[in-house]
Write a protein that binds this ligand. Sequence first.
Ligand code: UT7
Length: 325
Amino acid sequence: MTTFRSIVSGCGSYLPEKIITNKKMEELVDTTDEWIIERTGIIQRHIAADNELTSDLAIKAAERALKDASLTADDIDLIILATSTPDQTFPATATRVQAALGMTKGAAFDVQAVCSGFIYALATADNFVRAGQAKHVLVIGAETFSRILDWEDRTTCVLFGDGAGAVVLSAHECEGTNKDQGILSSHLHSDGRYNDLLYVDGGVSSTKSTGFIRMKGKEVFRHAVVNLADVVEEALSFNQMNVEDIDMVIPHQANKRILDATIRKLKIDPSKVAVTVQKHANTSAASIPLALDEMVKENRIARGDIVLLEAMGGGFTWGSCLIRW
Ligand code: UT7
């Protein structure tokens, strides 16, 4: 049966110019380069300039993705932007991107699922494409987490950074089997019972302020390894594939130890796993498209490869997306 699937027709990313190394962090809080590297793998993070907003990062990544896809804003039917650090409470940051790109038709909205945001946005975009409601969709993950960090809390401020990544999804006619090119499946999960393990202690309706990130790191770590391993097995089983079929895993980049523990549990060859967390720390919804763009630009993904994206974040939320490139 002929149907539509979403293929990734372009990728782009952007990291702000300013870099804060672990050595610099030593001057800000009671920490050491050694502790941060040993516990997280992080070496540095990029921080947005004072006048640089989430939308600015998103626009740069989006422009690069459009260029890579050889498309213009006129070709785009929909923009979905994953972020937990919007420019304003409303309107959606996606509409700022839409205006900056000069796009006057279609629709633009934000998705909020913290570090799983890009997977949620991709799954949503894919459903629009498969339903025949959009031909080209710009999917963006963009964050300025530096704005919600408590720079006196060493247990969180060393872990996060700012950045953006984007992909263009384009409708592609196919047979509807797991041999097709494009997104083969996406699986989303959440469990609100774990709200208080990773959250921001402010908000419009509660404190009328922005608040700061609070996290019970050890417990988040434990849940992350279990949930990520489960969601990978779910994606493989749904597509009647096994671990050996995967050519590249693009995990959410939170902590190198979480990546290592998850791939050990699943017995995935480490050379097939994208690791970029050392360069930009945890950029929440931006981390997967940042890592994906790097893997594509380094030619580590070839046409026909099976690429698995997976993430877990506050909520808890978690999910996967399996793509035949
Ligand atoms: O995207 C999803 C979001 N988040 C995550 O995925 C993060 C998940 N969790 C983690 O990555 C890890 O739990 C952390 C990196 C946050 C912490 O690593 P840990 O091995 O779980 O360390 P811990 O929290 O058990 O802390 C160990 C020690 C503590 O000292 P005591 O009580 O043993 O004396 C902390 O106070 O390390 C101390 N510590 C630090 N020391 C130096 C905590 N933060 C720091 C720091 N520098 N920045």
